[in-house]
Design a protein around this ligand. Structure first.
Ligand SMILES: Nc1ncnc2c1ncn2[C@@H]1O[C@H](COP(=O)(O)OP(=O)(O)OP(=O)(O)O)[C@@H](O)[C@H]1O
Length: 603
């Protein structure tokens, strides 16, 4: 859990950890395959039975032709052939269905495990990567696992088995010709093996480019109105297209190397055909072997084409799969948070808040903090104590470190030095789920999620009752708005709540935080101006809540600070002064200036 201060968080995901060794890649692929090995074996068996019925058909046809020429009845053979055909097709399609279904299950398993980890990532981890690229690992890279963990295993197994059986038969016929055959195949096979890593590399680069497409699109959709207002459509289209072209380039390169691998193995068989013909001819001439042996040997060589093709297919699939595995493992290696399982199982709104319903206290003891080892300190020994209930406002110039206080209380980040205490206990000692269950957090830009108003309210307390919802709606002065809407609580609010006004979004965020029944409310006031009615409504809501709950507000408005029981003035990562508005206006010049300029300007 301890963060290594010397770690370089700038490193991007592609450089996270050493690249996978061939053994690790095997191990990961086997981990995905293992739970399904029984079903894959069944699928393989069905496929083999299907193929065997196919082989029986020529025998039946031969018998049919014989009977025809002898003027005998062919009805029974026709019925037998039809049955063979139907059974063969049915068994083969069931086998192929089982394998495809298992392939889908492999994708589902790897997606589930990735999704489970990604949504539990530490905030610091998500800040150093591109979410779009992470999304493409869940959606696109996982699909590349399907062939390698199912069809390729069957191909490798059945192909390998047939090759071994054919080679044994060849050894019995003529070891010299076998030596010639293997010599040619091994030579060309070794050359082919050299191109295999190129398939893996090109596939990985293609997948990285697919990640870049997602990243570029996510960036554009995340600020869609700004994109339009800035007239940046064309420029962004060019960027996304460039990523798409990059994916195409690498995809084509992978296809090229796959074609080389395939054709060179076909070439190897053809060359060994000629070599066997030459050497075999000489051996027939010297009477070392009979013509019949040479013909039979050439036929076996011909039969080798199919299993060798299957083996090459399995190896190329392995290269594609290993590229995907490398990217999936990178995402799996990112650090996640440990949420206590006991707390997770109990619905948050029904879970007794740790410490009951009494308001929480917050203490900072000489806290130092920097976001990354290569960045300057943001907190240089911050100390203050906030007993509950009541409202404490944090004020100070932009960048003073006010929002960072909230990040440390929520334990999105861990203090570099000193201690952050909630209820007298170090936040590092709190079970994380319990700590967060005790806190309601309203971010500065009041994020509202796509979906309905009801979904947004229930986001932090999924088991809240209708009465609970009505109560917080009234407290957040949202009840009249909801009554006006034709769909009421089921009104869809748009992407990031774009169909609501800024003030409504803030009140929805407050209502959501209150529904969680927090003992500590962290409210990062929006810097944007609100109209007088909205501002008063918000002020009253917060004042009411502060009667029972500890409320910490990063304040940008005079109306908020005048209401606060205590004001903490921060400047450049330090606490300058603590007091009430009236005290500080007289005692602290910075506060006096803020009150006269920033706050008054916003009031
Ligand atoms: N996630 C982050 N990674 C790196 N630096 C950050 C991060 N968040 C904030 N900072 C930096 O830390 C400093 C303090 O930021 P913070 O958000 O705490 O300031 P603030 O006092 O709340 O400012 P404002 O009133 O403008 O919201 C700023 O210089 C900011 O650039």
């Amino acid at each position: 859990m301890e963060e290594d201060p010397e770690r370089d968080p700038e490193k991007d995901l592609a450089a996270a950890g050493p690249p996978l060794s061939a053994r690790e890649t095997w191990a990961v692929l086997y981990r995905h395959f293992r739970p399904h090995r029984g079903v894959v074996a069944l699928g393989a068996l069905f496929t083999l039975i299907g193929a065997a019925t196919g082989l029986a058909q020529p025998v039946a046809v031969e018998a049919l032709v014989n009977r025809l020429s002898d003027d005998e009845s062919v009805t029974s053979i026709l019925v037998f052939l039809t049955c063979l055909l139907v059974i063969g097709t049915a068994v083969e399609s069931v086998g192929s269905y089982i394998l495809e279904r298992t392939a889908q299950s492999v994708v589902l398993d790897s997606r589930r495990s990735l999704i489970g980890r990604l949504l539990r990532l530490k905030v610091t981890e998500i800040e150093r990567v591109q979410p779009g690229d992470l999304m493409s690992r869940v959606t696109s890279d996982t699909t590349l696992l399907q062939a390698v963990t199912t069809q390729a295993v069957v191909s490798a197994f059945s192909g390998g088995l047939t090759v071994v059986a054919t080679i044994v038969m060849m050894a019995f016929m003529d070891p010299v010709l076998l030596g010639v055959t293997l010599g040619v195949i091994v030579l060309i096979g070794a050359a082919t093996a050299l191109v295999m890593p190129k398939i893996s590399k090109a596939t990985r680069q293609a997948q990285e480019a697919v990640g870049s497409i997602s990243t570029a699109l996510e960036r554009a959709f995340g600020a869609f109105r700004t994109l339009k207002a800035s007239g940046a459509e064309e420029r962004e289209v060019v960027k996304v297209e460039e990523a798409a072209r990059e994916a195409w380039r690498h995809g084509v390169r992978s296809a090229k190397w796959q074609a080389v691998a395939w054709s060179s193995m076909g070439f190897a068989i053809q060359v060994s055909f000629l070599a066997v013909l030459g050497v075999g001819g000489a051996r027939v001439a010297s009477e070392a072997i009979s013509v019949a042996t040479l013909v039979a040997f050439l036929m076996l060589l011909f039969y080798l084409i199919d299993p060798v093709t299957r083996l090459v297919d399995a190896v190329t699939q392995y290269q594609v799969g290993s590229a995907a595995v490398a990217r999936i493992v990178q995402a799996e290696r990112m650090e996640t948070e440990e949420l206590a399982p006991s707390a997770e199982r109990v619905p948050s709104s029904r879970r007794p808040a740790p410490g009951g319903t009494r308001p929480a206290s917050v203490t900072f003891e000489d806290v130092t903090f920097r976001y990354r080892a290569d960045l300057p300190y943001v907190h240089h020994g911050v100390s203050f104590t906030v007993p509950g209930p009541g409202m404490t406002a944090f004020v100070g110039p932009s960048g003073a470190g006010k929002t960072t206080v909230f990040g440390l209380v929520e334990r999105f980040y861990e203090a570099t030095g000193g201690r952050v205490l909630v209820d007298g206990e170090d936040v590092l000692a709190w079970p994380l789920a319990d700590l967060r269950a005790a806190i309601g957090y309203v971010e500065q830009d009041a994020p509202v999620l796509a979906g309905t108003l009801r979904e947004n309210l229930l986001f932090a307390a999924p088991d809240a009752t209708g009465a609970d919802i009505r109560d917080v709606l009234a407290r957040a002065r949202l009840d009249t708005l909801v009554d006006k809407l034709p769909d009421g609580l089921d009104t869809v609010v748009g992407h990031r709540g774009s169909k609501l006004s800024g003030g409504e979004r803030q009140r929805v965020a407050i209502a959501r935080a209150l529904l969680r029944r927090p003992r500590l409310l962290l409210l990062d006031e929006a810097t944007s101006q609100l109209d007088a009615v909205n501002e008063l409504a918000l002020r009253d809501v917060v004042a009411e809540v502060a009667q029972q709950v500890t409320v910490l507000v990063v304040a940008h408005r005079l109306s908020t600070v005048t209401l606060a029981d205590r004001i903490v003035v921060m400047d450049a990562g330090r606490v300058r002064a603590v007091g009430t508005h009236d005290e500080l206006v007289v005692a602290d010049p910075l506060y006096g200036e803020l009150a006269a300029t920033q706050f008054l300007a916003s009031s």
